[in-house]
Structure formats: C-alpha cells, structure tokens
Design a protein around this ligand. Structure first.
Ligand SMILES: [Fe+2]
Ligand SMILES: [Fe+2]
Length: 298
C-alpha cells in the first residue's frame, strides 16, 4: 500500500489546477459533433477541422487508413468528409484531437502504448456495437477512446504512486486497476471521473470513465458501460493492453458486463466471439502504425 492513505491521494486529486486541461480544439469539436448527425453539414465540419492545420493533416492520415474503411486516397478534409461520411469523420476528428493530450510523466506508461490501447478500444467498441445491434456506434467509439482518461490524470497528479502500481501490474501480470487498488487504494476510474466531470463530458461518458472497472457500482448507462468494459478486456487479452499481457484465463460469457449487455442486446447470445477476436488481430498492426504516425511526443 502507498505511504499516503487513500484520503490524502483523493485530496491531491482535488488539485484541479494541475489537471490536464482539455485540448483547445477538442471542446468545440465535442460541442459540434454532439449534435444529431443529421443536423451537421459538410462545410461546418470542414471549417472546424481546417482551423487547426496539424489536426487536419492527422485527420487525413487517419482517413486514409483501412481502419476507417478508406481504400481510395483522399487528399483534402472536404473530400474525406464527403467520401467517409460525417459519422466516420466525427470519430477521426475526435480521435486526433484527444491524441494531442500528452501525459505529463512518461515514466509509468509509454504514451504510444496508452493511445494504442485507447484507439484499439474505440475501434473494438464500435465494431462490437455494430455486431450486437447496439443503438449508437458513435457513442461507443468515443466512450472506448476516452475510457482510460484517469490514467493520464494519475500520471499528472500521482506519478510516483502510479509508477509503483504500473510496476506491480507488469511484474505480476495482473490488471492495472487491481495493482492500483493494492498500491494506492483507488483506481484510474476515480481520478478519471473527476477529469471527465471537470471537462463537462456527457453523463454517459462520465459513467464509462468512472465505472468501467466497477460495473456493479453503476446505476446509469449500464449497456454502454458494459460494452466498453468487454471491449477493454478484449483489447487487453489480445496484445492491445498496457504494454504487457495479463496472465489469466478469461471467459467472456462469465464477465459481469456480459449479463448486463445481454439485457439490452439479446443478439449478444449468438455473437461470434472467435471471429471477432480473429478480426481484432487484423487491427493490431494498423493501430500500431497509425498511432506512431499520429503521436509524436514533443
Ligand atoms: Fe481502465
Ligand atoms: Fe482500458
């Protein structure tokens, strides 16, 4: 256990002025893309994305990746929005702007590994949502992308304690949140919830960020939460985790998230896990390539 009791760590997390601020471009993008898809127009999206030249360039890299279904090269933001459609472009623009958020301390976890896990989880959540008939694929993508925000907070505010948790997880090959609980008495869910609230994210995103490892505590948005929690587990079990492979056998049908999600999406009963896992393996190289292309620490 950390030398400092949980209460002291929680008080340190209240030091909001040290918390990472929302990347400048992300706030207007979130506000714009939170509107219903049918009310968004190509010109509005192009103007917004083009305001930031590096964001526009990154969006084009991503738009040309097979992960976003593009097989013919696009060379302008406008042609990308037209060719990929507004929903894909929303996923791309939000991913690129979130990736601008750099962890302050890079001792605990390699930021490239962190963003590969986040982007992988976003893609898996979206694909999973589509496969089981979950209503909002875009929301699933964004929730997957942001679910581990608390890790960034821990790197900023509790770097020493988090570094020890990461070390314990790595050496014993246990889930990171279990190691955090053992060493700090709290997990990145608690710290992430504070940042998600401070940023004014929607209540369902706050719930995913704040409860994805404690599904039993959640009272709202449980289907989305369960979907992201299962996608997170799938990524961790398939080489898109936190830089190490956890040593344990996992039966997805016995996960708490499975029963929760089944209530909302009955097609989950016949979902083809083997095929899904096989597809996920195909994502790996492209996720690695894309993140190293997009994410260049300063
Ligand atoms: Fe997590
Ligand atoms: Fe995660």
């Amino acid at each position: 256990m950390s030398e400092e009791p949980k209460e002291v760590l929680l008080r340190r997390l209240e030091g909001l002025e040290q918390m990472p601020s929302i990347p400048v471009i992300l706030a207007p993008l979130l506000r714009y893309f939170e509107q219903p898809l049918e009310s968004l127009d190509v010109q509005g999206a192009v103007v917004l994305i083009s305001q930031d030249k590096s964001l526009a360039a990154q969006c084009l890299h991503m738009a040309n990746s097979p992960l976003f279904g593009r097989w013919q090269r696009v060379d302008s933001v406008r042609s990308a929005v037209v060719a990929l459609g507004m929903q894909r472009m929303r996923d791309i623009a939000l991913s690129c702007s979130v990736l601008k958020l750099a962890p302050a301390d890079q001792g605990g976890i390699d930021p490239t590994v962190f963003w590969e896990h986040s982007l992988g989880c976003a893609l898996v959540s979206r694909r999973f949502a589509r496969g089981i008939g979950f209503s909002d694929h875009g929301k699933a993508y964004l929730a997957g992308l942001l679910h581990d925000l608390g890790i960034i907070v821990n790197l900023w505010i509790l770097p020493g304690e988090f570094g020890r948790a990461m070390e314990l997880a790595r050496t014993h090959r246990i889930p990171l949140h279990e190691a955090e609980l053992r060493t700090m008495g709290l997990t990145h869910c608690e710290s992430g919830r504070r940042l998600a609230e401070q940023w004014g994210l929607t209540p369902e995103l706050v719930e995913v960020v704040g409860s994805h490892h404690q599904l039993e505590n959640a009272t709202h948005h449980r289907a989305l939460l369960a979907l992201v929690s299962l996608s997170d587990l799938l990524c961790r079990m398939n080489g898109l985790g936190h830089g190490f492979i956890e040593e344990r056998q996992v039966n997805f049908l016995e996960q708490p998230g499975f029963a929760l999600l089944l209530k909302e999406c009955p097609t989950l009963e016949t979902f083809d896990w083997a095929r899904f896992t096989f597809e996920l393996e195909g994502y790996l190289d492209e996720v690695h390539r894309l993140v190293s292309l997009l994410y260049r620490p300063k």
